[in-house]
Design a protein around this ligand. Structure first.
Ligand code: AMP
Length: 383
């Protein structure tokens, strides 16, 4: 296949998309505002601002289809491109996913449960929203927040001043939303792909653990009840249909005793789907490329039981991972920095018991037991 896929954003997701495209004979071109974007170690880079029309025109002339490695490309730039070349997911899906208020409103309209929420327009409006929603709650920026950034947790009404001091100055620029704090039992995600012909496939449901708002570990397939699995798959299907979505997306969910509540959607391949590279018959990266190019979708079933560990800030010792059969090392080629995702490791095993032993070995070898312990507990309690 000779197609060239243009990717707006040149981070690790673009890099893994390009790597997945290589066996299919695909070429990629990334556009990024930073010159040392990590995908550019393997893929040609157009270094420009996303609003630069000349650069967008050059990008459009060099690719057959455009897609995204992150959702915060300006919606107007996506629209501009969509008038010239196929862009998947489409600008509407991008616009909805860029705004937590639009996103939660869509979920509600589709009958998908959400935490209680209210837009916050000013400091007095925060008091009004707090009276409606109550505490504990979380004040979040509507746009441009990621990995727990742009969030403030309120334990009581007395925290309103502190919350406003932290985020109030962003109210006019990116908007604010107050959400009820959900005392969830587990965090789950469903990663799904929808083809150009409307076919939807979902990977097994993934259980996720976060640390400081950043994904720390993912386990798949998660042991969930049939009811929870069905609810998650129905929710993903409704979101995909309503946005006429094409490509991979992830729906982040909180599991509560009364069912699922949707936190947010990511209109792109997602960190909680990295395990699919080695742990599923067709990865989220390959299926995203297949979807945006109108090719048949690949099977999304799991190969065994997988756990993905994110390396945040700095990489651990690669040799300890490489020595362990069934463990896979991914180095994104990024320089270390606090809070930055610099790589991940996926362990794949035939059984939960076997995976628990692998994680125990790895946790000790890498001195990362705090990261592996909860996953091991979950695996041991399910066998
Ligand atoms: P987000 O940026 O919205 O994905 O939030 C990052 C993480 O913060 C989530 O994965 C949860 O662990 C936590 N979080 C976000 N919103 C809520 C909420 N409404 N209730 C409880 N925890 C939350």
């Amino acid at each position: 296949m000779t197609a060239t896929v243009g990717i707006l954003g040149g981070g690790q997701l673009a890099r893994m998309l390009a790597l997945a495209g290589a066996p299919l004979g695909l070429r990629c071109l990334v556009m990024d505002t930073v010159a040392d974007a990590c995908a550019a170690q393997y893929v040609p880079l157009l270094h420009a601002d996303y609003c630069d029309k000349l650069a967008l025109a050059e990008f459009a002339s060099r690719v057959d289809v455009a897609t995204f490695d992150f959702e915060n490309v300006p919606a107007e730039s996506a629209e501009w491109l969509a008038q010239r070349i196929p862009v998947f997911p489409g600008p509407r899906a991008l616009a909805v996913a860029q705004d937590r208020l639009a996103e939660k409103t869509l979920f509600q309209d589709l009958g998908i449960g959400t935490p209680r929420f209210s837009a916050v327009l000013s400091r007095p409006d925060l008091d009004r929203a707090l009276s409606d929603i109550g505490a504990p709650s979380i004040l979040k920026t509507r746009r441009l927040g990621y990995d727990g950034k742009g969030q403030f947790r309120l334990r009581s009404h007395y925290d309103a001043d502190a919350a406003w001091a932290a985020l109030g100055d962003q109210c006019d620029r990116v908007g604010l939303i107050l959400e009820s704090f959900v005392p969830f039992e587990r965090e789950l995600s469903v990663v799904a792909v929808r083809g150009r012909d409307g076919e939807v496939r979902t990977w097994p449901i993934t259980r996720n653990w976060h640390s400081d708002g950043i994904l720390s570990a993912s386990l798949a397939p998660a042991r969930v009840s049939n009811d929870i699995a069905a609810e998650a798959l129905v929710a993903a299907g409704r979101v995909a249909e309503s946005l006429d979505y094409v490509g991979v997306f992830a729906l982040e969910l909180f599991e509560t005793p009364s069912g699922l509540l949707a936190n947010e959607m990511a209109p792109r391949v997602h960190n909680s789907g990295h395990w699919t590279i080695e742990g599923a018959h067709c990865s989220q990266f390959e299926n995203h490329l297949r979807a945006v190019l109108g090719l048949p979708l690949g099977p999304t079933s799991a190969r065994g039981v997988s756990c993905m560990l994110n390396w945040v800030g700095e990489l651990p010792d690669p040799l300890a991972v490489l020595r362990l059969a069934g463990a896979h090392w991914h180095d994104y080629g990024k320089s270390p920095r606090a809070g930055r995702k610099v790589g991940h490791t996926t362990c794949v095993a035939d059984s939960a018991q076997e995976l628990a032993v692998m994680l125990e070995t790895l946790g000790i070898a890498l001195d990362r037991r705090s990261q592996t312990e909860s996953v091991i507990d979950a695996l041991r309690s399910s066998v």
